[in-house]
Write a protein that binds this ligand. Sequence first.
Ligand code: HOZ
Length: 433
Amino acid sequence: MNTPISESQRLFELAQGLMPGGVNSPVRAFCSVGGTPRFIQSAQGCLLTDVDGNRYIDYVGSWGAMIAGHAASEVVRAVEETLRRGTSFGTPTMLEVELAQEIVARVPSVEKVRMVNSGTEAVMSAIRLARAATGRNKIVKFAGCYHGHFDSLLVQAGSGVATLGLPDSPGVPCETVCHTLTADFNDLDSVQALFKELGTEIAAVLVEPVAGNMGVVPPAAGFLSGLREITVESGALLVFDEVMTGFRVSRGGAQELYGVMPDLTTFGKVIGGGVPVGAYGGSKELMAQIAPEGAVYQAGTLSGNPLAMAAGLATLRLLDEDTYRRLELKSARLKESIDELLRDAEIQAVVQRVGSMLTLFFDTKAVRCFSDAARANHARFADFFQNMLRHGVHLPPSGYEAWFLSLAHDDAVVEATLEAVRKSLHGSSVHSG
Ligand code: HOZ
């Protein structure tokens, strides 16, 4: 007898005829882990329910946006009330002012902010500003860091580009990437070498202060402050891409956690509470160069959209010192308990964590840069991923991504996750050595 086809399989087949790979963003297609992406019907807290009625503990969290959990009542209420008053006006609103106030109050390096619609757009705009402000063209990025699908940054990129094993993207003219220089994450010497050769042409160093798009890779001691020193000395700007880490790893993001102030910061994810959003900001002087105050042009029909502003504000208002402390405790417990399970099972793997972001790498040594992340055993991760899914836990479908906890991941959920990890490690073809 044939196994009945699930509704997710049926929809995926249909979707593949209608959308490239059946998805609207590549990592969702399960290419590197195999199998069928689950089509989600609804979500509440940290639980996803798919169209077949299966429930999963969610560690994707819309790739970090859902720090408050899915359909948090405060966020739903704020969006519903806003929705009733109209969805977009193309004129300023009070919500934009309130969200800007909230961001500026939490991040001292940001005195003024511009809202956009995605992290990609935020980074693209920040790079334009950095080039205009310095009168230079070259940008230093790090192998394995991902800053969205903006042409000039699709060079040795992490996230979906790494997951699919694409060297660089066709369709990006070499004239567009000739100003992009690549250094190694956590390797100041590789940055110094670029500055020694081309320092007077470098507009900015762009970095995820905690890399999250090659899996979670924390900055080594002195790395971020070293970037700060190099950029100050050479007159380049330091740009932190905090699309993932902003308002996630602490109240003021990674820059607060590590005590390093960048010139410009990009945001996304958490500040939209699950509605499309992005933002970039910096000092008043730098941001004064953006139109209409200055000549650097950047615009958007839906920028500062009321629904995104309302969802972001409601989310940020849930995030105080106490919620970050609770998130930290839960995340630390999850990591430490997985470490213990790995030790007991004699499986060589490392769990890397910063705040409520973590990644399990099937490798023997700590992962410090993209070549380390690429060396990890991704076939083992795929095996582990499938087992976890079978045991009701939905991880990001790639070993190059971060798992995200939310306020809704309580002790019982962490316990259930650990039980799934224990079964998945034992039930898989993952062996020691
Ligand atoms: N930065 C996110 C993943 N690392 C984006 C999600 C996506 O590419 O779909």
